[in-house]
Write a protein that binds this ligand. Structure first.
Ligand code: NAD
Length: 325
């Protein structure tokens, strides 16, 4: 399949890996890139800009295919030296960056002068149009189904994607709720140039997280996610474990929620330990509604090949047959 995204990014298949905190290590990104998709290293998973440069080098040793770096600009417990991370990305010779969260405009002159393609992840049409206006090369349109931060509008991809197709000139990637060939065919039908998958790539052989986390996601259904931080206007969709339930209980108390009251439960370092140790109630972890569609743990190569083959079969057989009937 050739789309504006495969052409722009120099990849074989229109499948991009989401930039996932603690998961977007070289093992993950290189496996996706070697499978013909776009792998993404998560910038803030590395403790410093220098460590990110080392991780980029490590990823280069593991793949000769294009890969990107994600830079997420959202509230954090510790201040992040974003400008230094951005400079480290440029100095490492990276050619594709995925930005997410707040407006990436302050970083665009640096990235563009280095010839970097910038994909901004947006949870609304107004943000997508703004990203186009300020010079982003593409957007990833993240529907309400997604893992992590879906924004506060709660609009699903059945509405967001056709709106993006109607209003945007730049290519866009459909993100949130994708995990199989039906999803890819549907995204392309709605005007997208590819799909972005985070949760589905977490449940692969190469994902650098504990097997028990992967099995929990295989066993989960579409109701097993929860929306936390709603009361703080920083909503995040996470796996519905006992910690997520505790956060929801605190947020349901009368009066305004204070982040300090939930911080010990949600701090990212606990999520990191959860992924390393397989202790499913150590902290929280991001997961999308697509957990309901996941029932195996394939390699990235198997997964990408299967999704593309299934999408091609749907388009060339099922949909084509409908036209002939
Ligand atoms: P962290 O340990 O600094 O914070 C843990 C969580 O609390 C994060 O979701 C963060 O957004 C939230 N948070 C922190 N301070 C807050 C405040 N004052 N008010 C409301 N919420 C607050 O973060 P981390 O887990 O190390 O992650 C690093 C960055 O990556 C954060 O910006 C986080 O939001 C982001 N992230 C994004 C996704 C995604 O799906 N887009 C998923 C995981 C993490």
């Amino acid at each position: 399949m050739r789309t504006r995204i495969t052409e722009m990014l120099g990849i074989k298949h229109p499948i991009v890996q989401g930039g996932m905190q603690w998961v977007g290590l070289a093992e993950m990104a290189s496996a996706v890139s070697n499978a013909g998709g776009l792998g993404i290293l998560t910038g803030l998973t590395q403790p410093s800009p220098e460590a990110l440069q080392k991780e980029i080098d490590r990823c280069r040793d593991m793949t000769d295919q294009p890969f990107a770096v994600n830079l997420t600009i959202l509230p954090t417990i510790k201040p992040v030296p974003y400008a230094e991370y951005a400079q480290a990305i440029v100095d490492s010779g990276i050619k594709i960056v995925e930005t997410a969260g707040r407006n990436p405009e302050p970083f665009l002159p640096l990235f563009k002068s280095a010839g970097i393609k910038v994909i901004h992840k947006c949870t609304s049409i107004r943000h997508s149009l703004k990203a186009e206006r300020i010079g982003c090369d593409a957007v990833s349109v993240d529907g309400f189904e997604c893992a992590g931060h879906p924004g506060e509008d709660d609009v699903t991809n059945l509405i967001l994607l056709p709106l993006a197709a109607k209003r945007l000139q730049i290519p866009f990637i459909a993100s949130g709720g994708f995990g199989d060939g039906r999803g890819l065919a549907a995204a392309l039908a709605m005007g997208a140039d590819g799909i972005n998958m985070g949760t589905r790539f977490m449940v692969t052989k190469e994902a650098p997280i504990h097997e028990d986390v992967k099995h929990a996601m295989v066993n989960a259904n579409e109701l097993d996610t929860a929306l936390i931080y709603r009361s703080l206007s920083n909503t995040a969709r996470v796996f519905r474990n006992s910690v997520a339930e505790q956060v929801l209980d605190i947020e349901a108390r009368p009066g305004a929620t204070k982040f300090e009251d939930i911080q010990p439960l949600v701090q990212g370092t606990k999520g990191k330990e959860l992924f390393e140790q397989g202790d499913l109630d150590r902290g929280i972890w991001s997961a999308g509604m697509v957990v309901g569609l996941i029932d195996d743990i394939p390699s990235c190569e198997e997964l990408v090949a299967r999704i593309v083959a299934d999408a091609e079969a749907i388009i060339s057989e099922r949909l084509t047959a409908l036209m002939q009937a």
